[in-house]
Each structure stands twice: as structure tokens, then as C-alpha cells.
Design a protein around this ligand. Sequence first.
Ligand SMILES: Nc1ncnc2c1ncn2[C@@H]1O[C@H](COP(=O)(O)OP(=O)(O)OP(=O)(O)O)[C@@H](O)[C@H]1O
Length: 304
Amino acid sequence: MITVDKLTFEYPGLRALDDVSFTIAAGSITALVGPNGAGKTTLLRCMAALDQPVSGSINIAGIDVLEQPRDCHRIIGYLSDFFGLYQRLTVRQCLHYVARAQGIPESACEPAINDVSRRLHIQDRLENHPSELSRGLRQRVAIAQAIIHKPPVVLLDEPASGLDPEARHKLAELFLDLQAQGMTLLVSSHILAELEAYCTDMLVLRQGRIVEQVAVKAPALLKPFNLLLANPVENLLRLLQSVPDIKVLNCDDKQQALLQIHGDAAQQHQLLKALIALDLPVCEFAPAASNLQDTYLQTIRQQP
Ligand SMILES: Nc1ncnc2c1ncn2[C@@H]1O[C@H](COP(=O)(O)OP(=O)(O)OP(=O)(O)O)[C@@H](O)[C@H]1O
């Protein structure tokens, strides 16, 4: 769906993106994360055809972004980190203006406004001016502007900044809703705990380079599991190795091990039965916690 290849971008005297390459699958929600100044905003602006890189290419849904920037604007929705809304217009007028700018015919504007405002739960705010709205509601209006033309790809720069936990939760629900409607999302954020609720992939940028791309919610056929025993067992490693379908990743002592297992919940149940049949005093057999924040911090700390 999205292919970025060897992208390099320079501000005067500063290389902000350095040979950045990655692909994003259709229907995914990718978290774009990295320390301050890593280049996230610059990358999103290049992908939205708002900044011109020195070299490299960006292809979104078959459109060469650098060659066809206007076509690109038709197929993406972009929310800037510092979005602005026209204060003198009502929300309805803001949406109408953007709809027309996106080429939606006059006759189709009202249905488009009704549709997008329903999806963003701002139907009852259409006659308000942006200055009368809370930050969370203004954020929703800005996202409504970004997606009113139903783009297949949505790029969002720090959409959750400044929102309270309730508003962030609603935003997460909205992203899942957009994904369910077939959109592909790339979302930059520092709020990793929220990203985890909806992201399928994570792209880590550091000093203008991609340092990691991981699937966060891969249909994990291979899962790490922690095994903890109530008391030490001699030959634990040998016993575990005798169980089919279990790979022992780590077994440093006689009381606990990190296993890799295959399959679904039914398979996990069978494996637990096999462990108990070996008379192992199992007191814990659970997926090893590995969250987005851990993965991110490990990745960032590993880099020089
Ligand atoms: N207009 C500009 N002129 C010169 N340098 C810039 C400009 N905009 C950004 N930079 C620099 O480019 C680098 C990347 O900035 P960018 O805003 O893309 O990072 P970011 O990952 O979005 O950061 P943050 O998380 O703080 O928003 C930084 O070193 C920044 O200081």
C-alpha cells in the first residue's frame, strides 16, 4: 500500500531523513515513534507531498507522491501536528470548505458532511465555531477535515497530544473504526500506551533513520510463554525438551523457563496438560509480557 524507498531529506545544514526505506501493508495501523527530533514530522510531510526530499521515492496506493503531488492529496488524509481551523467559520462551513477543496461536488457535500460528522460524533457541533469547542472536539473536527473525502490512507501527526485519557480512548476507537472501513493509518505519537491499543505495526525512527519495523499484533503463531514452577525440579530442561511443539528459549534454573509455543488457545491447553502430566508443579503458564513500550525502549537503547 505504501512504499518509501531510500528517502533523504535535508534542512539547510541538517539531514533530517537519511536513506529511509519501509513498506506498509493495506489495512494496517502503523505507529510512527521515535525521540524528539527523530524526523517523524518531516517524514509525514514528505509522504503528504508537502515537503520535497533530496532523493528517494514514495509510492502510495500506486501513486508516485513526488511526481503526482496533487493526486496524492486526493488519496491521503493528513492531520498536521499543529493543525489550524478557521475560527470565523462554523464547523459545518469548515467541513464544507475542505470538501469543495477536495473536489467533492456541491451536491455531494452535505451527505459527506453528515457522514463524517456522524463518524466523528460531532453532529451536534456543526453550527458551533471552533473556538467554542474543547481541544478534543477541535481535534475531531480536524480529523473530520482530513478524512471527509474518504481517503484510503490517513497520516496523523501527534493526534493525541493534549487530549485527556477519555478523549484519547475515543480516538483509539475511532482509528479502529477507520481501519474497519478499510483505511490504512500511519500515526505518530509519543503516547505508546495508547498506540498499543490499536496499532498493528510499529516503525521506529531515530536520528533520521529507521531503526526498527515490527509487527505489534502479528497473528502470533509463535508465542513466548513464561513457565514458573512452585518448587525446583531436577532435569527441568530435559523434561521440557521431551514435550512436542514446545521450544525452550531459556531455562536457566530449575524453577522457571521461557518457552516458545505454536498455535491457538486449544493448543496451549494441550501443552499445559502435557506439562502437568509430567508432574511439573506449574504455578504460572502465561504469555510473556512484551508491550509496545518495552519493544520501543529496547530498540532505542540498543542504538549507539
Ligand atoms: N523547518 C526546519 N528547519 C530546520 N530544521 C528543522 C526544521 N523542522 C525540523 N527541523 C529539524 O529536523 C529534525 C527532525 O525534526 P522533526 O520535526 O521531523 O522531528 P520529530 O521526530 O517530528 O520531532 P518531535 O517528536 O519533537 O515532534 C530535528 O532535528 C529538527 O530540529
